[in-house]
Design a protein around this ligand. Sequence first.
Ligand code: UTP
Length: 474
Amino acid sequence: MPNLQTVRRMLEAHGQGHLLGHYESLTPPEQAALVSQIATIDFDQLDEWIAQYVLKAPAAAIPPDIAPPKIEPRKPADEAARARHAKAIARGRELLAQGKVAAFVVAGGQGTRLGYEGPKGCFEVTPGKHKPLFQVFAEQILAASRSAGRPVPWYIMTSPANDVPTRAFFRRNGYFGLKEADVVFLTQGTLPAIGLDGKVLLAGPGELALSPDGHGGSLRALRASGALADMARRGVELISYFQVDNPLVRCLDPLFLGLHDLAGAEMSAKALPKRDPMEKLGNFCLVSGKVTVIEYSDLPEALARATGPDGRLRFSAGSIAIHVLGRSFVERLTADGRCQLPLHRAEKKVPFVDASGTLVKPETPNAVKLEMFVFDAMPLAKACVILETDRSEEFSPVKNADGADSPATCLHDQVRRAARWLAKAGVAVPRDADKKVAAAIEISPLFADCPDQLAKAVDPKLTITAGQNLYLGE
Ligand code: UTP
């Protein structure tokens, strides 16, 4: 353990001496824990961040040479595109069958907007069986493993705060039918919350206020945890990245994987056509020839509303945080062990212990939290594919407790998608007077994970009555 005097002098030199303000009142194990927490922080680096991101909010600089990127349409428009997609799907399946793909979910977020106690992946989302988000993904991965004829490993990123309950949840649920050895947990790093005056906050007398370093922290967590090395051992080349909050995501999409691979891309993304110019999604842009995501809050309104000669929005593609990353790309970015992507600042209300030892619960934002975003790795990739997708098929996140992007909207979107797939397979779906689906329909990914599979698996003579709770599972 570092010498206390040395630590105290170092902290004082950085204007953070208050972190040892309650040291004398702590028990020896608490003292040791605090000192080792402090030792994990690079205070020289932190000084730079405080000057750059905390004491002032960096102005968004919009580069002059910004242009729309090339977008691969979901539905091929001509014969050449149809052939390209067919080849990509075949390639994606081949990669899965060769064991070259891993699934990767980032599940370290705090889920404050949803306000659910516990890891968000444990939140029950499906309409009939109330399956938790983790189970929805597990069943997709199991289904893909069966089609591939071999297990697809699944890497799950947690945070220090939710790692233990997440692992316990999987253990309790028998890994939802997956082999324990093929479910690999890794924990992301943290960054300190910093008061608006530049002082690091204490969450308790002997504890720094730390929060997860953002989904962009996943890249260095993959390296630091040994997950990249584990992938290399298993022969994994492609990482299929998704967020924990969207049960409509296709965790392992052969088309997306194949397009990425055939284009020799290092990092790819799925995109949605924005609903309206000001929709709160990051914008895919080309900056100095590099694919870059510009946050909705940073894109000037004139650019967000600009249209091309065809009358369509110039910047129409919104980011939904679904990616394929090459393992070797992540290895390259993390070669120095750091992978310092740019930081994004957010002002938040962070409870803290003041100089008198009192716990203060602020009513207004009192601190800056710093986070890295994974899409900031895109400009570092040699090539990227941006594949447009269909919102109703692939995107309905659970972010808020109510209103937009809530459990209620997500439930409806799941039912609507299931009804659409059934109608496509020739099954009559009951509707109410407002044309809304009049049954709670749930399709397990183990029954079918795409419309074509459903058409093969379901009896078109199936009758569904209004008000029925229909579950199509194994
Ligand atoms: P969000 O941006 O929705 O953040 O995360 P959040 O923390 O889950 O929710 P709020 O903002 O507190 O309400 C998008 C995805 O990125 C993951 C989340 O778990 C989610 O899958 N994430 C976010 C991490 O894994 N780590 C982080 O530090 C932040």
